[in-house]
Design a protein around this ligand. Sequence first.
Ligand SMILES: [Zn+2]
Length: 402
Amino acid sequence: MARKSAKRKKAEKKLRNIIIIILIIAVVAFLVYSYINGTLDQVINTIKQMINGNGNGGGSDLEFNSATYDPAVIKEQALSIHFLELGNKYTGDSVYIKAGDTDILIDAGSRKNSAETIKAYVDNFCTDGKLEYVIVTHAHQDHIAGFIGKKSGGVRNGIFTVYQVGTIIEFTNTNDKDGALYKEYLEVRNAQVDAGAKLVTALDCVKGTNGGQKVYDLTGDGSITMEVLYQKFYDNVASDENDYSVCVMIRQGDNQYLFTGDLEKKGEESLVQENDLGKVVLFKGGHHGSGTSSNDFLLKEIKPDIVCVCCCTGSDEYTGANENQFPTQQFVNNVAPYTDNVYATSIVSDNADGYTSMNGNIVLTCDNSKDISMYFSNNSTKLKDTEWFKNNRTCPDAWKEQ
Ligand SMILES: [Zn+2]
């Protein structure tokens, strides 16, 4: 018995060694095969991603078409979200959204002369002169100047003058009530209200007071909705005007698209605390790609597939410090672990205008089958592959692995 058992043990050991050798040969063969086929990096990345549990390890797995920019094609889609160039060298926001026949404009920056540029663009898609919803995130010039526009012959050409507006969803508070620009804004906004527009604050929306709604059905069949998300600076004084920003989530089936204006760290903290945000397909880069927004604790919740930044890339409008010019090094570092689908509207230039198109007008569309396409009026180059990025930013590890 003892001899038999020793023999069996020997046989088992032999078998085990054979299996180990076969496994080693298989692994080596696989690595050699991967190396020859140029897929070794991919394999290493996949293993790293499995270890760090980050899902995409710096590259979102969302598949989307990158199609030729064509307003006629875009117009046919159930939902389109447009990040606009603003016709000058100044950073600012204006996002136009078309959901079925419903037209929405979030902000109208960056200067009064942007009004013409915004209108010329929006009129490709909105042909009845009516914006069903206008959202004004906060009272800074680079978000409201285009609502005012320029005066010529006593008449303004701003968005609140040249369109009829259905509902205005406005920031609840501002620390600059005596500012000249804010007063001009109130003039044109009040004229809209006198003409029949419904005016509600973000706080009205989340509380359901004064006719505000928390969720708006944009298409009439519930297929695309817009929710005003609560954050505490709707009813608390903020030391930073940016923290008053109205935040909205557009939803289409399982797809979510998040807009937080210029919300800063404290506002983002509250937004995360107060809402079950969940994964988003698209995130408008917080505060033009500032390092004080798009914080990791927010990105961790929303894990964006695509991030669009409304800014004049590399401009010294706000600071001479290169790393803090939009989109900042900190923003790049924060976003990189989640996606490399990062795009920006404009870039500084030494031409007479002082700016030129980066990606240009950036458009995401999603049809009813939830197929996503991206369109760029200038080019589809990801931020990390641009000359500007290579010359001005340090590439984060997550983007090196791509
Ligand atoms: Zn801004």
